[in-house]
Write a protein that binds this ligand. Structure first.
Ligand code: ADP
Ligand code: MG
Length: 354
């Protein structure tokens, strides 16, 4: 697919004195799956509503395939949209719900029927086309909402937390289905979630939002492994931070120089070593790796492993899993322990001290 590229330039939107979007600029390639990820209130829905045309920004421009969209009313933008709460018509059956966008577009009866059935087949709901909406489960309703969004083959699909009302198993199943659907149909997709795991699983790229700004725009792997700030690092995974002293290029942990594979971009003095359980090792090489010492505080049984928590100086806590395959015996509370991180796994980020 060659159409459906989006170019967002310096979009600002205030509600009263509150700046909900603070100069958002973003280019999305045709066919890309881009996720807006951020905490509640960071501006994700506002940005999606600006793209859909439900909100008029105060300034900025929005180009879709090089055409200005800001002044276009929502129904002329031809976008598919899926919301968290489905927004289906409860008094109509499944078929009528999915047919609705085609009726608006005055598609004739024969073509309408085949398009609706095709969309329903795509989401595995063709066998329930005569059911009423209130006779469907949450997962089935979300499939109908999805069929309704794709039935007119929009070049752009917008989804706002479409899976957040579903339970964990169904949500993970639907993530895989959505991803497959995207691969098959190839439409540009802008997906909103506050769930970092969902964003990592589904996206070509992720834009992390906070306070109406894009904090980082990158591949899932870079967002996770090479966060550009303490905020992004802390938003992804089970992350702890250990304060380190530094002068911009050399950083000290417990008086030893940290070995880093990537040079951190740090302007001020507030530097932190990002520590995640899966990046710590039980064994290391004192000549090559970084050593972190602490006192074991808790050993928690998780079924497939144990979580071992350690307290470092300055009330900092970190943890690591013990699967039983380590050559190190399971430690006990009170034990002094040294853990290791390779230079590749050691990332220093900047962020204010709390
Ligand atoms: P998110 O979807 O990331 O949770 P939103 O885009 O819904 O965040 O909201 C961003 C900020 O803008 C929030 O602080 C919210 O309270 C505010 N906001 C959103 N819509 C309105 C509105 N219609 N009037 C006033 N404030 C709003
Ligand atoms: Mg929202």
């Amino acid at each position: 697919m060659t159409s459906g590229s989006v170019s967002i330039r310096q979009i600002c939107k205030a509600y009263g004195s509150y700046q909900a979007l603070n100069g958002i600029s973003l280019d999305i390639a045709a066919g890309e799956f881009l996720t807006l990820l951020g905490p509640s209130g960071s501006g994700k829905t506002t940005l999606l509503n600006v793209i859909a045309g439900f909100e008029r920004p105060d300034s900025g421009s929005l180009l879709v395939d090089s055409a200005e969209f800001i002044t276009k009313p929502p129904h002329k933008r031809d976008l598919g949209m899926v919301f968290q709460n489905y927004a289906l018509f409860p008094h109509m059956d499944v078929f009528a719900n999915v047919a609705y966008p085609l009726k608006l577009r005055k598609v004739e009866a024969g073509a309408l029927k085949s398009k609706v059935l095709k969309a329903l087949e795509t989401v595995h709901m063709a066998h329930l086309s005569g059911r009423r909406i209130n006779e469907l489960s949450g997962g089935q309703r979300q499939r109908v909402a999805l069929a309704r969004a794709i039935v007119f083959e929009p070049k752009l699909l917008l989804m706002d937390e479409p899976l957040s009302a579903l339970d964990k198993n169904l949500r993970e199943h639907m993530q895989i289905e959505l991803k497959r659907l995207h691969r098959r149909l190839g439409m540009t997709t802008i997906y909103v979630t506050h769930d970092q795991q969902e964003a990592l699983t589904m996206s070509d790229r992720i834009a992390v939002l906070d306070g109406g700004r894009i904090m980082q725009l990158d591949s899932p792997k870079n967002i996770y492994d090479a966060p550009n700030s303490k905020f992004v690092a802390g938003f992804m995974g089970d992350t702890r931070f250990v304060a380190v002293r530094g002068n911009g290029s050399t950083f000290l942990l417990d008086g030893r120089v940290l070995r880093l594979a990537r040079e951190p971009q740090i302007a001020g003095n507030d530097a932190w070593l990002m520590v995640r359980p899966e990046r710590l090792r039980w064994q290391g090489n004192a000549e090559q790796d970084n050593r972190i010492e602490g006192t074991v505080t808790d050993v928690t049984y998780l079924g497939d492993s144990y979580m071992v928590s350690l307290e470092l100086r300055e009330d900092t806590e970190i943890s690591i899993r013990h699967t039983g395959s380590e050559t190190v015996a399971l430690p006990a509370p009170g034990d002094q322990l040294a853990l290791w991180m390779s230079p590749e796994a050691s990332v220093v980020v900047e962020g204010a001290r709390l």
